[in-house]
Design a protein around this ligand. Structure first.
Ligand SMILES: NC(=O)c1ccc[n+]([C@@H]2O[C@H](COP(=O)([O-])OP(=O)(O)OC[C@H]3O[C@@H](n4cnc5c(N)ncnc54)[C@H](OP(=O)(O)O)[C@@H]3O)[C@@H](O)[C@H]2O)c1
Length: 288
């Protein structure tokens, strides 16, 4: 049976994969920075020599979008340099495949239609730039599948959905931007998609197709719409006020529009892409 290494396994996506592991036949090995620091090339090499795998799912990343503006070196170390380490190690594992996760923040956000994989990347933030540099390390590797996702949330970790629920409980008046448009992604749906791809490739149901793919939930909304939906699903009595990005300046520039077109991943790997409101409801129900 194929072995799968999951790095950054204590993060949102890593924990969703862990939650689902018993539904898949592959043997999963979960590591986070304490057991395996992916920025340490020697440690990664040692780990993969002692525990060779057929698949790697890299869930580790520097994900503090605003923090990256003042820590570009740290962000680059994790979001780009660590991928050079993976690429180096994969020379010794020629059959191995890596599934790496990237972001909609590689786009500038000035194309007002769902974005395809070949649309020009033009990140405006340090986080986006480091993630794009990471993509470049792997994008021509025949064993690398890069999945760009957006607005990830989960029952685990820190994210917009959980933060809204907490703040609504305290009946805060919430001022949320309505002029940034994208699609939320329930990390459980993304985890399921990644694991289906691996299981199907492993069993020969799907051929392995490398390259960049987009995956978010289906549909479109603004952060304000998302906050309103969370509020309604929670019967909250607080008030959500729509504001413009200019009224809530943050260190990192976000794309104005970053809806991802999922046609390629659906056609190639036949993964399910649930509608964002349905997935949000499932997540909120499991949080209550
Ligand atoms: N969150 C989003 O909204 C979003 C949107 C689009 C794309 N993405 C991408 O989706 C992927 C998964 O995101 P996520 O939200 O699940 O991330 P996350 O919750 O921040 O998890 C990342 C995990 O990596 C660990 N880590 C940090 N440094 C490490 C190192 N040197 N070696 C090994 N592990 C390390 C972190 O540990 P510590 O917590 O101890 O640092 C954390 O457990 C990332 O590639 C991210 O860029 C995320």
């Amino acid at each position: 049976m194929s072995q799968v290494l999951v790095t950054g396994a204590n993060g949102q996506l890593g924990r969703e994969i862990k939650k689902l592991r018993n539904h898949y036949p592959q043997i999963y090995h979960f590591t986070d920075v304490d057991e395996l620091d992916i920025t340490d090339g020697d440690a990664l090499k040692k780990h993969l020599t002692e525990h060779p795998v057929e698949f790697i799912i890299n869930c580790a990343a520097y994900t503090n979008v605003d923090g990256a503006e003042s820590e570009p070196g740290e962000a680059m170390k994790l979001n780009r340099d660590a991928l050079v380490n993976f690429r180096e190690c994969m020379k010794e594992l020629p059959e191995a495949r890596i599934v790496h996760i990237s972001t909609d923040y590689v786009f500038k956000g000035n194309i007002m239609r769902p974005l395809r994989e070949h649309d020009p990347a033009d990140p405006q933030s340090v986080y986006g730039k480091t993630k794009r540099e990471g993509e470049k390390v792997l994008e021509d590797h025949p064993g690398a599948l890069i999945i760009r996702t957006s607005w990830l949330y989960s029952v685990f970790g820190r994210n917009f959905v959980k933060s809204m629920i907490n703040r609504m409980d305290q009946r805060e008046e919430l001022r949320i931007v309505y002029d940034q448009v994208g699609t939320p992604t329930y990390a459980e749906d993304l985890a399921r998609a990644v694991m289906k791809i691996i299981a199907d490739v492993d069993s020969g149901v799907s051929a392995f197709v490398p390259g960049i793919f987009h995956y978010s939930n289906e549909g479109v909304c603004s952060w304000y719409d998302l906050a309103m939906e969370i509020c309604m699903m929670n019967n909250c009595r607080g008030k959500v006020i729509p504001i413009e990005t200019a009224d809530y300046p943050l260190p990192a520039v976000r794309p104005v529009y970053s809806v991802l077109n999922k046609a390629r991943i659906k056609k190639t790997y036949h993964v399910e892409v649930p509608y964002w409101r349905q997935s949000l409801e499932i997540c909120i129900r499991s949080l209550l």
